[in-house]
Design a binder for this molecule. Sequence first.
Ligand SMILES: Cc1cc2nc3c(=O)[nH]c(=O)nc-3n(C[C@H](O)[C@H](O)[C@H](O)COP(=O)(O)O)c2cc1C
Length: 582
Amino acid sequence: MFNLLKIVPFVCVISLNIFAEAGHFHPERITSIVLIIGLVLLSNLLVAVYYKITDYFTYAISGVSLLGIVTVFTLPSVGRIYLENIISGLYLGLFIAAFFPQLFKLKPFSYYISKNGYPKVISSSNQFLKINSIISSAWAALFLVALLLTNKNYSDDSGLQIVISTLVPITVLLAIGIPVTRFLPDKLMRIVSAERIIFSSLQEVFQAMPYGLNTELAKDINTIVQFELTGDEPGTAHVIIKNQLCTFIEGPHPDPVTTIKADSMLWLDISNNKMSGDKAYLNKMFEVEGDASILLVFNDLFAPKNEVDIAKFEPRKIEFNYKDFGPNKITKIVVFDGGPRTTKFSKTKFMVDNFIDGAKIAGAEVDYFKLKDLKIHHCTGCYTCWTKTPGECIFNDDMNLLRKKYREADLVVFASPLYIFNVTGLLKTFMDRLLPLLKPYMLLDKKNYTKHPDRFPEAGEQGFVVFSAAGFPDVDHNFDGLKSMFRLWDSHNENTYLMGEFFMPAAEMITQSVYIKRKNNIKRACRQAGGQIVKQGKIDKELMQIVSFPGVTRTKFQSQSNYFWETLDGKASYLKEVPVIY
Ligand SMILES: Cc1cc2nc3c(=O)[nH]c(=O)nc-3n(C[C@H](O)[C@H](O)[C@H](O)COP(=O)(O)O)c2cc1C
């Protein structure tokens, strides 16, 4: 019925054109036909108004045609001009309908056609209206071109002229208009910035998701997220994100990658940005099963482009020339861990443990010392080890064994969390106590660096690597103090060479399940480094870069950290069990 209301004006105009041509455009010869067509048009228009048909197409064609028909009866000289230009009038009407409504804040010409097939929550969004304004302007331009083409002179033969002048514009309209309507909306969806939609129900959220997916960010995502909802809108549904498309399906999936169990009102608040997803996650306000890492990007995947806050991986620049010992030179490794944490909570130990695993698999023999469990007195600066008892310290503590292990190793691993921009006091105390391994005399090397000679040069060349985890998400500046100290250890020692630096920023984050991918990347990189140093005698810088990737923007880091500390503030201990105080 409604389609008929759109077709009738079109048929009327074409018929009128045929009769006008047959009557050689003399109004008086075809008055009764014009009257009948006018009445049909008018009735059609009234029915359309009665049924509130929201379609400019019907009104534009009917309006211009009725105006022309009125002139046929009231001003025959103008009526004749109209009869000679019926098709032009048609295009003029369409141009007016396509061009003007959006200027007067009315819904654009293409809106009522293109809204079909979209959920209301999308078709009523500002982005949808903007896109339709652009498409309607494109149509207005096409109608204008058609208007000009209709009036062009193609042939002296009047019959042929009518046929060509009718066919050419229609062909142009179809040839350009159909692809424009077909492909432009999709292109525009990516370009035209969307504003955040305020959803009134979770159903709207899910309906909108397929249209709101940021295809750029979704490039490498292939996942199924299931929602098990309770509260006002209970039920189970899942979202499949694959091939840069998002599909929403009611009901459970047999094998979801992630399952979110939440109160529907809470998820609605998160979707409307009324509640921070990070805060809700860290406060355990909803449950996550399976791979939680999708939560890190979930908001960004569906957020307006200007709100997207994704960390881009720019590998840290490492200019240092690390020592290359060549294959199979490193067989004995000793690790000195200056971190006070013993549990799984030490991120420094996490790196070191994986490095050790890789080295052991490659055939190395590894000794590991947790300095906090050993008796190590601090250096008193008496220089007795350089004077009265050369090579021997006044303190008879665990350093005797540690110095021996240090001397015997082909590779030393220094491990320490970043404490006040450097190593912990534990590691520094240990390093100070290595002084007996040097002689007090001064050497000047080729680069004019002052050094002390090795007391036991027969031990030969020795490599060392550094592992450090930090709280802040920055590597530059943050690690500068620690990095400088170890680089000086390289340049101001006779036979000791830096072979690798592993700095993990934003380290506390990796215990959260959303960062599982980053954690696994670090794990792999450290293991591989352990294997490489034994087999190849050197470590790829790329592995150090992987460890240094913070996996989070500074702003996200800030909000996530603050929500995290808020969960503990005055309520619980970080280590769950507070260490015993002596
Ligand atoms: C006393 C102290 C000082 C710290 N100083 C820094 C610092 O200067 N820069 C930083 O990024 N993090 C700093 N942190 C945070 C730790 O480096 C961070 O918690 C790290 O993950 C600890 O490593 P671990 O898990 O191996 O113990 C400090 C922590 C403590 C307890």
